[in-house]
Design a protein around this ligand. Sequence first.
Ligand code: C2E
Ligand code: MG
Ligand code: MG
Length: 578
Amino acid sequence: MIKMNNERPVNDMTNKKTKFRMSDERRKILLVEDEIINQELMKESLSGIYDLIVTETGEEAMDVVNEQHQTLSVVILDLNLPGISGIEVLKRIKESPVLSQLPVIVMTSDDNAEVECLTLGAIDFIPKPYPATEVIRARIRRIIELSENRDILRFTERDHLTGLYNKEFFYRYVAQLDLYNSDAPADAIIFDINHFRMINERYGKDKGDKILKLVAQKALAIENEAGGIFCRSGPDTFMYYCPHLSDYESVLESLSVSVSDGERDENRIRMRMGVYSDVDKTLDIERRFDCAKMASDAVKGNLTHPIGFYDRSMRESEILAEQLIDDFRDAIREKQFAVFYQPKFNIRPDNPVLCSAEALVRWKHPKLGMISPGVFIPLFEENGLIEQLDHYVWSQAARQITVWKEKLNISLPVSVNVSRIDLYDPELESKLLKIAEEEHLNSGELMLEITESAYSEDQDQIVKKVTRLRELGFKIEMDDFGSGYSSLSMLSYMPIDALKLDMQFIRSAFKGRMDTRLLEAMIRIAEAFEVPTIAEGVETEEQVTALKRMGCDIIQGYYFSRPLPADEFEAFVREKTK
Ligand code: C2E
Ligand code: MG
Ligand code: MG
C-alpha cells in the first residue's frame, strides 16, 4: 500500500510561488517500513519538513523508486520486510546504473547488518529503537545536502551524454591518481572511433549517441576490472589513464561495440587506439595524451593494425617538426632553400632528347645539413607555409629558365610542383602570371605538376581552377598518377597535358620477376586520353628499353641524372648538347 503524506505548513505554497528556489523546495522521501508504529514515529519526525511516501513492502518500494527516482531525495529502508528483504532492495538500487546515485539510509536493530549495508552502498545507518527526532532530522538533512552537492559536482565534471568524466576534471583526477601512485607505472591511452561522422550520417544521430553510450558503459566495466579512469575527450574520442597494462588488444576488444544489437562482425564499429605506455610522469598530463594521440594518428586508416604505440622516434620527429617550423622564416630570408633540377628526356627518337626539367627543392639547413623535401613538404602543407615556399621555388625556377636562355642559348621548360593548398589560393593565377611576366616567359615554359591526391578533394573546384590555368597557357602534368587517391573515371573530365606515373608502378613492374602488365595498361590509358606519359624513378637501361617498347614518351630518373644544383645541371646540359 502506498500512502502519500500531504500535510504541509499553511504558508508553504505562498513561499514556493514567490521564491522558486531549489533550496526552498520540499524534498521527497521514501520510507519503506512495514510496522505501523515505526511509520507513525517517522511521520511525526519528518512530515512537517518533507513530503513522505510510505510503502510497506520491498516490491512496492522498487515500483516507487523506478517511477520517481528523479525526484526522490532519500530512501529510508527497513531491513525486515515482508516479501523481498531490505538488503535485496538495497542491492537492486545500487546495482542499477540509473538508480545507484539515490542515497539509501538503512534502519535496523541488528548491529551486525551495519557493515554489510554500508558495503552494499547504503549511505548511513539509523539504529532501532530510533534516536531522538532532532538526531534523525539532522542526519537526513546532512545526507540530502551531501548528495545534492555531489549531484552538482557530478553534473559539472561529467559529460552529459555518456556520464564519463569530461576532459577538464579527468586531468585533475589523473593528477590525483599520480599523487597516490607515484611509483606505479601508468599508461595514457586514446581511443578514436573511425569514421564516426559517417556513422552519424548513415544511421542517424540517435544511433550515434547510442553507440557512444554503449562505449561508455564498456569503459566503466574496464575501469572496474583493470582500474584507472576514462573520460570522453571529444565527440568520438575517449581517454584512459590506467595502471600499466600488458594486453592492449583485449582492452580494445572489450571496448568495441556493434551498430546493431546483434554481434554481426560487419556491423562492428571500428576503433583505433594510441598507447603511450609507461608514461614519463615528469611530462604534464596533457602532453602525455598528446603522445598517445600521435600514436593513434599513426595508425589512422590502418584496419589491420588499429593499435599504435608512441615511441622515441615519434617524439624526435615531433621535435624536428617544431624546429623546422620555427626555422622557416629565417630560412626563406637567408635563402637556405635551394632549387635542384632533374632532367626529363623524350625517348621517342632513336637517341633520347633532353626536353624539360623538374624543379625540386632542398633545404640547406645551417645546423641540420641538407634536408630532403619528403621531410618538410608534408609538414608545411599541413600548416600552410607551403604557399610561401612554393612561390619562392616558382620564382627561382622562372629566373633559372631565363639564365639558361642567356647562358646556354636554349629554351628549356621547367616544371614546378604545385601543392594542393596552392589550388585554393584565389590569387594563384595572378601570382603565376606575374612570375612568368617578370622573366618574359611564355606560360608554356613554366609547367605545373599537380599531385593526383589534390584532385580527389573538392573535384569541381579543382577542375575549374586547373581549367583556368590551362586557359592562361600553363601546361599541367598530373603527378604521382595511380598512387591510389582518385578513380580512373576522373580522367575523362580532368583537364591535363601529361600523366606522370607514380614511381611505384616502375618499382613493382621491375621488381623480382618482372611483371609489366599494369604499367603497360596505364600507358594505354594515357594514350586513350591522348596525353603523353612520363615515367619517373627510372634507374636502369633495362627499364628505359622496356618503357620505350611499351610506348612511354618521357623519362625522368637517376638513369639520366639525379636532381642537380643549377650550376651542375648547366654543366650536364653542356655535356649533353656538345
Ligand atoms: P615528386 O614531385 O614526385 O618528385 C619526384 C621525386 O622522385 C623527387 O624526390 C626525385 O628526387 C625522386 N626521384 C627522381 N628520380 C628518381 C629515381 O630514379 N629513383 C628514385 N629513388 N627517386 C627518384 P624529392 O626531390 O625527394 O621530392 C619528393 C617530393 O617532394 C616530390 O615528389 C614532390 O611531391 C615534393 N616536392 C619537391 N619539391 C617541391 C616543391 O618545390 N614544392 C612542392 N609543393 N613539393 C615539392
Ligand atoms: Mg613532381
Ligand atoms: Mg611524382
